[in-house]
Structures are given as C-alpha cells and as structure tokens.
Design a protein around this ligand. Structure first.
Ligand code: NAI
Length: 330
C-alpha cells in the first residue's frame, strides 16, 4: 500500500481534502495517508507553522498531497508553502492549464504548461527596512537554478510531445538578473534541437495570453512572473477552482492546487475540489497508478460534462454533492 503525506491545510483545505480522499478510496485505491497539519493552527502548540515532522514525513514518503495553507499578509510568519518548497528543494513548479469538458470559458483549445522556478527570485525573502519610508527586496537569480528549471521545462516538453518552450523575462529592464535567466535558457536550449525556442517579455506575454492563449505551449519563468502568469492562465480555463499544480524536486514531489485557502468561503461547503483532485490525479500518475488516475479523470470529466458543477464555475452544487456525483460516475 502507498504511504503518502497529506497536508490537509486550513481554510477550505480540510473540505476539499476530505472530498479527494473519499474519491480516491471509492475508486478502489487504498492509500495509507500520513496526515500532517501545518499553518496558523499548529503555531500555538508547536511554535512554528511548519514543524520538522511535516518535512520528515514528506522526505520519508517522497510524495505528498497538499491543500492550501493561509499566509498572513504584510506581517506574521513566512509562507509555509515557500518554506516547504525551499526546505525540500522542490525546484520546479508545474502548472498545466487545459480546458475542461463542460466548463464554459472565453477561449477553446487552451493547452498551456507553466513551468515556474520555485526556489529563488524575489521569493528568497531577502528584505530589509532601510528606514521608516524605504524597504528593499532583493531579487536573487543564479545560473544553477535557472539552468536547472530550463532543463526541466525542455525535458518535460520532450517527454510530453510538446513543440515549444518559451522563456519569459523582463530582461530589457533587469538586464543582470533576468538577463542571467535568459542566458541560462539559451545555453540549455542548445541541447534540444527538436523543440522550438521563443523569448518574450512578461508584459507582452500577458497581453497576448488574454488575446489568444492558443499561441502558447510550454512557458518557463522565474518565480514571481510564474506565480502571476499561472493565475492568469488559471483564469483562462475557468478560474482557481480548476487549476492544478505540482512542486517537483530530485527527491520528492508535493502536489497542490494553484489556489489558496479561500477564507471567504471557508466552512460553507461551497469550495470546488476539482483543482486538488486534478493535482491528485497527477500524483497518482507520478506513483504509477495510471489506471486509477484515468478512472478518476473520466469520472470527473463525465460529471462536469453532465453539467454538475460548483458555484465558482457556474453550477449550484455544494462540495459534498459534487463529490458524490463524481463517485457515482466512477
Ligand atoms: P485564494 O486562491 O484563496 O482565493 C481567491 C478567490 O478564489 C476567492 O474568492 C476564493 O473564494 C476563490 N477560490 C479559490 N479556490 C477556490 C476553490 N477551490 N473553489 C471555489 N472558489 C475558490 O487567494 P487569496 O484570497 O489571495 O489567498 C487566501 C490565502 O491563501 C492567503 O493567506 C494566501 O497566502 C494563501 N495561499 C496559499 C497557497 C498555498 O497554500 N499553496 C497559494 C495561494 C495563496
């Protein structure tokens, strides 16, 4: 039996985790879930939002499914998500964005994969207060991390029969830091003669994505642009409720949706579990449970095609009603 870490998060985290765990169980796969709490709720008892036991569990099990965890804005503890990605060296954030059956969107045939560098850039958290009215935030870009993520993007493209890898920067302005990312891309690109290369500035990319997203295939970006652009691409396929993600490192992988803990709908049985379920389907493929993954994907797509949806994508079902529909379609 697979033993997998489950970080069930806070906000809507526990509701969508319950849904996904139930669907996998009903699909016929028994998983020994190693449930690990993290975030604001554990600080009082354990003194930190990300106790060592959580990291140890992921290191031991090698695979985790993670629901969102709240990060206080402006003050308070550092993001659990950022810490987790850094501590486990989960350097690649993979966010595929593809239209789903039954989910109405402005564009058809969106099929974009966002590959986001996950360990540095402005997320390194190097900030200083110079005086009351001045603060600095340092953007860190290294050749090692940049080449590693570009190689990941090209390898992914090759393995998944994608045609192009486009690098996204603002190297016209940040000539040194983004310039280094771009140079790393060009170096790595030489090893992949069969894949189209393309370079674009992030502002132009955003404009083109909302005009015609079918112009793009695989995108590789430094951390912050990747964060922002992947929310944009999530919007193209129906919003955060359906956008999946994965954080992948050499040793382990953590699968999690793009969205956050949605405090505005917490505890209301309204959350869409699709993004976490799609992330879990990718996790099942990662552990070679392809048959079960396909079975669940088919049931999810059938449910959406039959018009059964949660409110965020135009339906009227609660989290639990939507979950039950998927289960009946298994
Ligand atoms: P959010 O993604 O939680 O919510 C944005 C909007 O999308 C809200 O209106 C929310 O109701 C809706 N939404 C999100 N997921 C949904 C779902 N599954 N079903 C239906 N509607 C959904 O972003 P926000 O409000 O900026 O962040 C809330 C908290 O989450 C913050 O503390 C943030 O730091 C944290 N966060 C955590 C992440 C993680 O754990 N990986 C990722 C992003 C944010």
């Amino acid at each position: 039996m697979h033993r997998i870490t489950l970080i069930n998060g806070d906000g809507i985290g526990p509701e969508i985790s319950d849904s996904v765990v139930k669907i996998i169980d009903k699909a016929g796969l028994k998983i020994d879930w190693d449930i690990q709490s993290a975030g604001a709720d554990v600080i009082e008892k354990e003194g930190t939002p990300l106790p060592e036991r959580v990291l140890d569990s992921v290191k031991k099990n090698k695979v985790a499914l993670k629901a969102p965890v709240t990060t206080p804005i402006g003050k308070g503890f550092r993001s659990v998500n950022v810490q987790l990605r850094k501590s486990l060296d989960l350097y690649a954030n993979l966010r595929p964005c593809k239209n789903l059956p039954g989910v109405e969107t402005r564009f058809k045939d969106v099929d974009i994969v966002v590959v986001r560098e996950n360990t540095e850039d402005l997320y390194a958290g190097v900030e200083e207060q110079i005086d009351e009215n001045t603060a600095h935030s340092i953007k860190i870009i290294t050749r090692e991390a940049s080449e590693r993520i570009c190689r990941f993007a090209f390898d992914y493209a090759q393995k998944n029969n994608r045609k192009e890898v486009c690098v996204v920067t603002k190297a016209n302005i940040m000539k040194l830091s983004d310039g280094l990312f771009l140079d790393s891309y060009r170096n790595v690109a030489k090893d992949y003669p069969n894949i189209n290369k393309r370079e674009i500035l992030v502002d132009n990319l955003c404009m083109q994505l909302v005009q015609d997203p079918t112009r793009f295939d695989v995108l590789v970006l430094p951390n912050l642009y990747g964060d922002i652009v992947s929310d944009l691409t999530a919007g193209l396929i129906g919003g955060l409720g359906v956008a999946q993600g994965a954080n992948i490192g050499k040793e382990c992988a953590v699968f999690e949706p793009v969205h956050g803990s949605a405090p505005d709908i917490k505890g209301q049985n309204k959350a869409n579990p699709t993004a976490l379920l799609l992330s879990a389907i990718e996790m099942l493929k990662y552990i070679d449970e392809n048959q079960i993954a396909q079975k669940i994907e088919k049931a999810l797509f059938a449910t959406l095609s039959q018009g059964f949806k949660t409110a965020d994508i135009g339906g009227n079902l609660s989290t639990t009603e939507f979950t039950d529909k998927i289960i009946s379609n298994l």
